[in-house]
Design a protein around this ligand. Structure first.
Ligand code: HEM
Length: 495
């Protein structure tokens, strides 16, 4: 009996897989979309490119470009997802006009299932986001910009004392991770972890952020893996992976912060300004179940997760290219020296930096090349979406991505070069896109209802950070070939 059950299973599994493949290839609603047959049959096609290919991680984005060259602007890239390479279609999918959902499997991607970026359903996302938005408004960032400048000054003072005077090289990745993490945390939750104070800027926290980033692709392909990891008791995590202790400590601190904020608001229920983003959420009119301590803790923790990697990478890209190009370097330095005759006295965010066109162009160009999130962030529509002659039925996963947008050869000729000039004078996009400014086709922060909530903060920390570093110091590569090698390796392995 046991043997025959076993034999049945041995027969049934391949039969099921054959039937599933035939369904996906010929009867699935996306069956008519061009693309590789293997990608239409199985999600392992994507998993191979995003986990194993070249041993780097995150390679599917680049391979999708080759698929577009072969199949045209719309390609079925997995059993349930189509990818579109058409800059004018970006705003149809990443839109304010209709409420598109995110796929459920992305919920566990960064291990914070209740965070804004993890919330799949549009209406719930909208409600959660509305409670946080005022905290990241442009005027508030301007008002709190002295907080950012203070961190930039601390970064510069450490560089002067511990690196410049000792002629020691600095690892930009670590420097910027510490700077951005210190700013984001001080701004969002009014805490100082002093990550900028660590020797070599290499805190256990920076190491932990790096290992969390490495988990992003496996967690996307196998969400059960992230769920299982979340179920491991903290004491065991500390033993198995000591660098994760700093993340656990941080989470514990955010839990305490939430409890303090609840007590604050019991004492003073009304106040003109909110001390932290958690105070803001608590004072919003969210339903009670949204104010659970664990959920609020996730919101606080996730701001750091969302903010650090992209802003750190943008600053690293900017520094690399500015130092690498003598002409860009000189032009930027001249502009900064002219605007800030005393290197120790900075100009303010609202009155000064916006009037430094070359600095702003360098920032835009770094934001373009860094891309923000290179991998896809698919959307699901409840209504059919029409693209050219194809009707994508409700429930289809549809994606475009910033890497394809920012390396579009018409919009950005020689797209891999760092060329701030392309942003000077707020140019129009070239034909056939000329009815819109080029900036319309800059999508590092996404677009639509789920556009980056921290864009104003990110821009402020990048502008203030770069102005301070290039005004106060002269830079050169410690070992150019080594730097270029590690830079290229990072560019090729992407999230
Ligand atoms: C250069 C820096 C940054 C870039 C390029 C960037 C890019 C992005 C992108 C592309 C998204 C949309 C993701 C998606 O569609 O799934 C996003 C979302 C988000 N970002 Fe940023 N980000 C940056 C910095 C920050 C900072 C400093 C913060 C925090 C304070 C932050 C907080 C968030 C949050 C909370 C979301 C989720 C928004 C939502 O789902 O409504 N980001 N970011």
């Amino acid at each position: 009996m046991i043997l025959s059950l076993y034999a049945l299973a041995v027969l049934a599994i391949p039969l099921y897989l054959v039937c599933l493949s035939i369904y996906r290839l010929y009867f699935h609603p996306l069956a008519g979309i061009p693309g590789p047959k293997l990608a239409a049959i199985t999600g392992w096609y994507e998993a191979y490119f995003d986990i194993f290919h070249k041993g780097l991680g995150g390679q599917y984005t680049f391979y999708i470009r080759e698929l577009h060259a072969k199949y045209g602007p719309i390609v079925r890239i997995s059993p349930q997802e189509v990818h579109i390479d058409d800059p004018n279609f970006y705003s149809t999918i990443y839109t304010n006009k209709q409420g598109l959902d995110k796929p459920d499997y992305l919920k566990w991607r960064f291990g914070a299932p209740s965070a804004l970026f993890s919330t799949p359903e549009h209406h719930l996302h909208r409600m959660r986001r509305a409670a946080q938005e005022p905290f990241f408004a442009k005027q508030r960032i301007i008002d709190l910009s002295p907080v950012i400048q203070a961190k930039a000054n601390k970064m510069c003072n450490r560089l002067a004392e511990d690196f410049m005077d000792k002629a020691k090289p600095v690892i930009l990745d670590n420097l910027f991770a510490s700077y951005v993490a210190d700013v984001t945390i001080q701004y969002s939750v009014d805490r100082d972890f002093n990550w900028l104070g660590h020797p070599e800027f290499e805190s256990p926290f920076v190491q932990a952020i790096r290992s969390l980033k490495d988990m992003a692709h496996p967690s996307t392909q196998f969400p059960w893996l992230a769920r299982a990891a979340a179920a491991v008791p903290p004491s065991m995590v500390r033993r198995l992976q000591p660098t994760m202790s700093s993340i656990l400590d941080f989470q514990e601190d955010m839990r305490r912060l939430v409890i303090d904020a609840i007590r604050d608001l019991e004492k003073v229920p009304t106040s003109k300004t909110d001390k932290t983003v958690v105070h803001g959420i608590l004072r919003s009119n969210m339903p009670k179940e949204e104010l659970h301590i664990e959920l609020l803790k996730d919101h606080a923790v996730s701001l750091l997760g969302a903010g650090v990697a992209s802003a750190q990478w943008t600053l690293t890209i900017a520094c690399f290219h500015i130092i690498n190009d003598a002409e860009v370097y000189k032009r930027l330095k001249d502009e900064l020296v002219h605007a800030m005759p005393d290197p120790n006295i900075s100009i303010s965010l609202d009155q000064g930096f916006e009037k430094l066109p070359y600095l702003m162009a360098c920032v835009d160009e770094a934001i373009r090349l860094a891309c923000g999130q290179m991998t896809r962030s698919p959307r699901i529509s409840k209504k059919p979406i029409i693209y050219n002659n194809y009707i994508l039925p409700p429930g289809s996963h549809i994606s475009l991505d910033t890497w394809h947008m920012h390396h579009n050869p018409i919009l950005y000729p020689q797209s891999f070069s760092f060329d701030p000039n392309r942003w000077l004078g707020d140019p129009q996009a070239p034909a056939p896109y000329q009815n819109r400014p080029l900036k319309h086709y800059m999508t590092s922060f996404g677009k639509g209802t789920r556009r980056c909530i921290g864009e104003n903060l990110a821009r402020a920390e990048i502008v203030i950070g770069l102005a301070s570093l290039f005004r106060r110091f002269d830079w050169e590569f410690f070992s150019r070939s080594h730097f270029i090698f590690s830079y290229m390796t990072s560019v090729e392995s992407t999230i």
